[in-house]
Ligand binder design. Structure first.
Ligand SMILES: [Zn+2]
Length: 183
């Protein structure tokens, strides 16, 4: 294969960028100075075949870390570059989708509707309005709806062991003014 013409790659970041076009040959690396380097060292020149077929370079262009004028590539190299770009784009989309899925899973697993332990409308009952509580945070504060949030300091957690697992039971330790009979 004839050695193609050189294409200019430009670092678009504000820091020095070191990139290995071929991960199996880490000794052959490109070092770019920061974007708009006064000496022009934010540009590096590589053969167009290398630029179009190196996954690290293609990815850097996709993530807008590197800039390459695509129209300077010969038509056949341009075709292979576009193909590499599509592969990298599909990988990026799959990675983003995987992240999104894991976030959804975490949210569904973590948020548990727990009844509010604040006082109900009649004596001896409790509010019961469902409060979303994150799993693992159930011992940190009593489940209280927005209306009863201000009573948080009055609740103390007790460990309830039902023979199988430990549950937390919130008991109102300090009675409010009304319950104490103070008008
Ligand atoms: Zn409540």
């Amino acid at each position: 294969m004839p050695v193609g013409q050189l294409v200019a790659l430009r670092n678009k970041t504000r820091g020095v960028l070191v990139l290995t076009p071929d991960p199996s040959d880490p000794k052959a690396y490109l070092e770019f100075q920061a974007y708009e380097d006064p000496g022009g060292a934010d540009y590096q020149y590589v053969s167009e075949q290398v630029a179009a077929n190196s996954p690290p370079i293609v990815k850097a262009i996709l993530h807008q870390i590197l800039e390459m004028p695509e129209d300077t590539l010969s038509p056949d190299v341009q075709a292979s570059f576009r193909q590499q770009m599509e592969v990298a784009q599909a990988q990026k989309a799959r990675a983003a989708e995987a992240v999104l899925k894991s976030i959804e899973r975490t949210e569904h697993r973590d948020l548990v509707g727990t009844p509010c332990v604040g006082p109900g409308t009649t004596s001896g009952t409790f509010c019961g309005q469902s409060v979303p509580v994150r799993e693992g945070e159930s011992r940190e504060s009593a489940p209280l709806c927005p209306q009863h949030k201000g009573l948080a300091q009055e609740f103390v957690p007790f460990d309830d062991f039902d023979g199988e697992k430990h549950n937390v039971r919130w008991v109102r330790a300090r009675l409010g003014e009304r319950e104490r009979g103070v008008a």
